[in-house]
Design a binder for this molecule. Structure first.
Ligand code: GLN
Length: 390
């Protein structure tokens, strides 16, 4: 077992004994699940899936579908348009609260039911089947395999979904939903009933972690900006009325679902997913949260603690007939530009008067525009001849 999988297995063992909470029962079909299921998976930058526990067990995605349908709609309509129909503020209320903005009828955010139904209402298509297909295609691209709907759970959701239907009727009366209520709501029930394993969720999380590119398939699923927008909303609203404390304790954008899944994203590092059906009073998986919190602690993943730069530029110095060449590769952000400048300052001050320094940035995989501007203007202040090749 490699060290990371061993760490996952250790975390799983440490939280296994916690049997607090109970599986969701308001959707009858969800209550039939084995409450002891427990699984955990992570996917890193090279797309290797590591998972432990009941990692082959399928369960319905439920609310974890919300950020991905949001991504789908953002990619088609853009942020400003989407924000006219759904807000981006934490609601501080339970996931199924009947609460809409006064006057406009806009739901608080796309992660509570009202906001998610409004989001799903923006999916184009003439009927439930074509709308579901367009949602399924996007979620499948995030997961890297073809996903499908659990028909039993769908029927169970639909036959007990009056609260969600009521929310949709209210929103339609305000013009937040254009589509007939049934189109929006039945598509929403179907999207919640899509079957996944913890491995699928970890891949989906990793696609958000790596700027919209699925690291397993190598396919770009959404633009980097869309992934960033989705993660921003997950950071403040992903865990319902526990979102603030979650950010405080775990420090990662995350999303939970009532079937017991939890997904979290460590940008540029890992996609993480856990599954355990017993829920707490907020509707979040008890052990799923504990798994992600323990992992975040043990691996130092909290976003707001100081981080080492993920990819430092490699500074390789060689002498050529054109002068001294300094080769940069990797990512160049502010911190990295600062380190490069320290080296260049030394080289430039030590160099003979007529020496030429060539900074070769052609292998830089990723540059931050503002860091490049800063680097260029600092370079001009250094003594001697310095040329920057991009
Ligand atoms: N289908 C569920 C509902 O709308 C999803 C809720 C959830 O996972 N929190 O009630």
């Amino acid at each position: 077992m490699d060290p990371i999988t061993a760490l996952l297995a250790q975390v799983l063992d440490d939280i296994r004994g916690d049997d607090r909470g109970a599986p969701a029962s308001y959707i009858p079909e969800l209550a039939t699940v084995d409450p002891d299921h427990l699984a955990f998976g992570v996917v890193g930058p090279r797309g290797r899936i590591r998972s432990v526990g009941d990692d082959e067990v399928e369960f319905t995605i439920q609310s974890i579908s919300k950020p991905f349908v949001l991504a789908h709609v953002l990619a088609q309509r853009g942020l400003s348009d989407v924000l006219t129909r759904v807000g981006a503020e934490p609601s501080g209320e339970p996931f199924n609260a009947i609460s809409l903005e006064e006057g406009t009828g806009r739901p608080a955010n796309p992660m509570v039911n009202a906001g998610a139904i409004a989001t799903t209402g923006m999916v184009p298509g003439d009927d439930v089947a074509s709308r579901t297909e367009s949602v399924l295609a996007t979620l499948s691209a995030f997961a890297g395999r073809r996903l499908r709907v659990d028909e039993d759970v769908y029927h169970s959701e639909s036959s007990t979904g009056d609260r969600n239907r009521a929310l949709a009727h209210l929103m339609r009366s305000y013009g937040i939903i254009d589509a007939p209520v049934d189109l929006a709501v039945e598509t929403y029930f179907r999207q919640c009933s899509i079957l996944v394993t913890v491995r699928d969720l970890a891949v989906m999380a990793s696609t958000l972690a790596f700027g919209g590119v699925n690291p397993v398939t190598g396919d770009r699923v959404v633009q980097e900006r869309v992934a960033r927008d989705v993660l921003s909303i997950m950071s403040s609203c992903g865990m319902y009325d526990f979102s603030g404390e979650w950010m405080l304790r775990v420090g990662l954008p995350a999303k939970s679902g009532v079937s017991g899944g939890v997904l979290a994203v460590a940008p540029s590092q890992f996609g993480v997913a856990a599954f355990s059906p017993r829920l707490d009073e907020h509707g979040n998986s008890v052990r799923g949260q504990a798994i992600v919190e323990t992992l975040s602690d043990r691996m130092g993943m909290h976003l707001l603690e100081p981080h080492e730069s993920i990819s430092q530029p490699i500074v390789d110095v060689s002498e050529t007939s054109d002068g001294r060449v300094i080769r940069l590769s990797g990512e160049l952000g502010f911190a990295a530009a600062e380190r490069v400048l320290v080296v260049l300052r030394d080289l430039a001050t030590m160099a003979p008067k007529d020496a030429v320094l060539l900074v070769d940035g052609r292998e830089l995989a990723r540059t931050h525009p503002a860091a490049m501007v800063a680097l260029r203007s600092e370079l001009e202040l250094l003594p001697g001849t310095i040329r920057f090749v991009e």
